[in-house]
Design a protein around this ligand. Structure first.
Ligand code: IMP
Length: 428
């Protein structure tokens, strides 16, 4: 029996898509446990690039089952679009795609509310993806959400939307002067995609537990990253779900004792999209170089990502919080041209060393990073597949990150393709 959780260790965009795609080869089931189509997982193989937002990337391998868990929030139009894209490309998912009957649905009023709140000068801008994620999770917690099981019976779907409609209409009108489409129009929009996905909806929670009992290997796929977790991240500049490893239990219905291992994914430098504190952010030519060489533009929104040095405080926090004992390091090749590289090994606040990750945003915003400097290697590592073939300074850099994190780094990625990978130890 083995259940692995793959979790991002920074603010998302660590390159989880590639790592999950690689690990999927050894799994039977890939299960996504939180988030929605705010995420974008990029996978490159056979010279083609694919971006998935909701469906686990395991769908590209014909013998794998893929689960969208109860912890995920689903926009039916976005899901239908992804399913159509897969069909068009010739990837068949019948009998392989399973959608939890308990996942909450993103409705038009969630999206409108997300976008309006972000545009409202009176409220604090989070820099969300504008996909309605936060308002949908708010309704889930407020116990007024629409769920996938409501799609099985069309009259139930209509009833649930109707019971919320008047309140949502008034709120949007009074707060933002926005007119919500007619109730019938919203119901029709929902029903338009019903046929496409309703046959895949079922009890994924018991399916997963049965698979575990049969000794199958389950890969639990987290979206976003540790620092965007609603409880443990840089609140309130976070997403609205638990992206950390614990989210796999609640978001899939897997008992905690069944989780075998948490595998972390971390980039050789740091990025974040949207607002919020980012202690090692670079506003100079190095930041620009990382953005350009790393193609650091959001795969969901296209927004330029903020770039900075590797932050070992964030990394250690992620290791401890998720119980990570193996780390995969991505995008080492992006550092190839730099003459010097910095790693943040601690924070100082008001001249004093800070222990751990501060909860207070005000404190974190004033923290000064303490850096250790490493010489660059200024030669290409792109596509290198053996650790010994890396330049000396690149090997030293990877080894020192391993020391800073205090856990093994058995996989180093030197490019976006499946084969552009160094395996120097066991991961699973
Ligand atoms: P939301 O998830 O759309 O509500 O956005 C909340 C915050 O999380 C914003 O700063 C987003 O930029 C960030 N975010 C959401 N999804 C991702 C992701 O997949 N990668 C990186 N950042 C993300």
């Amino acid at each position: 029996m083995s259940v692995f959780v793959v979790v991002g260790m920074q603010w998302g965009d660590e390159g989880k898509g590639k790592i999950i795609d690689l690990l999927t080869e050894q799994a039977d089931v890939v299960a996504r446990y939180q988030g929605g189509h705010n995420a974008g997982h990029t996978i490159i193989f056979d010279g083609n690039k694919y971006i998935l937002h909701l469906i686990p990337s395991g769908i590209f391998r014909a013998d794998k089952k893929c689960v969208i868990g109860n912890g995920v929030v689903i926009d039916p139009a976005a899901l239908a679009e992804e399913m159509q894209m897969l069909k068009k490309l010739g990837f068949d998912y019948d009998g392989r795609l399973l959608i939890s009957d308990r996942a909450n649905i993103i409705l038009p009023y969630h999206r409108i509310s997300d976008q309006q709140k972000e545009g409202d000068s009176g409220s604090r801008k989070i820099g969300t993806t504008g996909r309605g994620i936060g308002p949908t999770y708010s309704d889930k917690i407020a116990r007024v959400g629409l769920r996938t099981c409501d799609f099985i019976d069309a009259s139930q779907l209509q009833e649930t939307i109707k019971s919320n409609y008047e309140e949502k209409k008034k709120i949007l009108k009074n707060l933002y002067g926005e007119n919500l489409p007619d109730l019938c129009e919203i119901v029709d929009q929902m029903l338009a995609h019903r046929e496409m996905f309703v046959k895949y909806v079922g009890n994924t929670q018991s399916f997963l537990r049965d698979q575990i009992a049969e000794g199958k290997k389950i890969l639990c796929e987290g979206a976003q990253g540790t620092m965007l977790d609603v409880d443990h991240g840089t609140y309130p500049f976070v997403t609205s779900s638990n992206s950390t490893a614990g989210g796999a239990c609640t978001g899939l219905g897997i008992p905690p004792g069944k989780i075998t291992r948490a595998i972390g994914v971390i980039k050789a430098y740091t990025t974040r999209v949207g607002e919020g504190p980012f202690p090692t952010e670079l506003h100079d030519g190095y930041g620009e170089q990382l953005r350009n060489d790393g193609a650091e533009f959001g795969s969901t929104t296209g927004r330029p990502r903020r770039c900075g040095w590797f932050d070992a405080v964030v990394g250690r926090y992620a290791v401890e919080l998720n119980g990570i004992d193996k780390v995969t390091l991505t995008k080492v090749d992006v550092l190839d041209q730099l003459d010097t590289i910095h790693v943040c090994t601690g924070y100082r606040h008001n001249g004093k060393a800070v222990a751990g990750m501060p909860a207070s945003l005000a404190v974190l915003e004033q923290c000064e990073p303490v850096y250790t400097e490493y010489p660059g290697w200024q030669q290409s590592t792109s596509g290198i597949r053996s650790f010994e073939k890396l330049p000396d300074n690149a090997r030293r850099y990877v080894d020192s990150l391993q020391d800073h994190l205090g856990v093994e780094i058995p996989l180093v990625s030197t490019g976006p393709g499946r084969e552009e990978t160094i395996m120097r130890g066991e991961l699973l």
